[in-house]
Design a protein around this ligand. Sequence first.
Ligand code: ATP
Ligand code: MG
Length: 439
Amino acid sequence: MRLSKFFLPVSKEAPADAAIVSHQLMLRTGMIRQNGAGIYSWLPLGFRVLKRIEQIVREEMNRSGAIEMLMPTLQQADLWRESGRYDDYGKEMLRIKDRHDRDMLYGPTNEELVTDVFRTYVKSYKQLPLNLYHQQWKFRDEVRPRFGVMRGREFLMKDAYSFDLTEEGARAAYRKMFCAYLNAFDRMGLTAIPMRADTGPIGGDLSHEFIILAETGESAVFCDKALLDLPAPGLDLDFGADLTPFVDERTSYYAATEEMHDEAAFNALPEDRRVSARGIEVGHIFYFGTKYSKPMNAVVQGPDGQMVPVQMGSYGIGVSRLLGAIIEACHDENGIVWPEAVAPFDVGLINMRPGDEACDAACETLYAAMTAAGREVLYDETDDRAGAKFARMDLIGLPWQTTVGPRGVAEGKVEVKNRKTGEKHDVKIEDMLAQLKGS
Ligand code: ATP
Ligand code: MG
C-alpha cells in the first residue's frame, strides 16, 4: 500500500478526551473515529488490525473443533421472553420496535438465538458434541462507555456456544475453549491469565475470565506470579485428547477477580508470588448446564431414548476490546509497538528522497519484492520531512521499518529498524532481495 493512496488521518495532538494511552493512540493514529458515545467507525488502519485479530480467533476456534456461523444483530424479543431474560436484562439492552409494533432488540449476547437454532435442527445425542460460534457486533447500552473500544456500546464479540448430552461432556467442551483461548491470546503476543470469575447474569456454576494485566484495567485481580510465565498449550495440542491434566494444572494456581477473591487463600502464597494488580477482561467462558435449554425446551434424545435438556456453555472474546488491550500492553513513548501477528502492515518502507531516481528505483524494487514475498508493506513515498516520516512510522508501530536514503543507496544499502528493540542495522539491498526471494 502506498501511503499517498492510503487513508491514514494521523494527528499530532493527544486528544483531550481520551483518558488512557490505548484510546489516545487509536485516535492519534486514525484507527477509529467516534460516532456517538461508545460507538466507533473503524478507519482503514484500525480495520486491518481488527481483521487480523478476528482471523486468529477464527483459526484457534476452528482448530478446537468449533464451527463458524453468523447470527443477526437484531433479534426478536419473544425468544428472550422464553428464557426469562427479556425482563431481567435491564437497561443495557437496546429495545426497538419494528413497523408492526413488534418488540425487537439489538443483541447483547446470543444464548437465546443459538438455542433456538439448536432446538430446530438437533434432536439426537448422535449429533453431539456441537460448538457453534460467530463473530458479530453486539450492543450493550453501558452506563459508562469509556476508554475507547475497551468499553464501547457497540462492540465486536466472538461468542461460541457448546452443546453436549452430559455434564461431563460439557465440561470437556469448556476445557477445549480454555485451551483454545490461551493459544489465541498467546498468538496475539498477550499473556492472558484465566481467573475464577463470577457468573453474573449469564448464570451457571463454572466460569473463568481471561485477564491481561494492565494498570488501566477496570478490574482488580489477584494471582500467583508463577502464572505470568506459564506457556500456552501450543498449536499442536490434540483437542481430541483429555485436556483435564492441563486445565487442572493451570487452575491449581491462585487467580481470581475481585468478586471471587479469597484473601486467606491468597495470603497463603509466599509474599513475592502475590500479584495484586489491575486487569482487562478479554475473554470470559461459562458452563451453565440447562439454564437456557430447559426453559426453551432444547432437548435431545439420549442413548436410552429419553429426551433430556442439552448441556450448554458459552464463551466470549472481546475482539474489538482486544485492540485496546494489546496497545495497553504494547506501546512506548513514541507510539504503538504491534506484535507481528496483529500488525496492520508487516513493514514500513520509507523513501527519504522521493524524486531521487536511485531512491525511487530501490524503493520500487523492494516494494515489489516484499509484496511478492507475502509481506504487507506500507510504502511512505510522500514528500513529508524525514523526521515526520520516522515519527509517523514509530507512532503507528509497524514491527519493521526499512529506510531508503541517497547515501545508503549509493552503497547498495538500506537501513532496517526493529520497532520493538529500536535496533538498526544496514542491509545490502541484494541480500534483502535474495532473502525475500527465498522466503
Ligand atoms: P465486562 O465485565 O467487561 O462488562 P462482561 O462480563 O459483561 O464484560 P461478557 O458477557 O463476558 O462481558 O462478554 C464477553 C467479552 O466481551 C468480555 O470478556 C469482553 O472482552 C467483551 N466485552 C464485554 N462488554 C464489552 C464492551 N462494553 N465493550 C467492549 N468489549 C466488551
Ligand atoms: Mg465477562
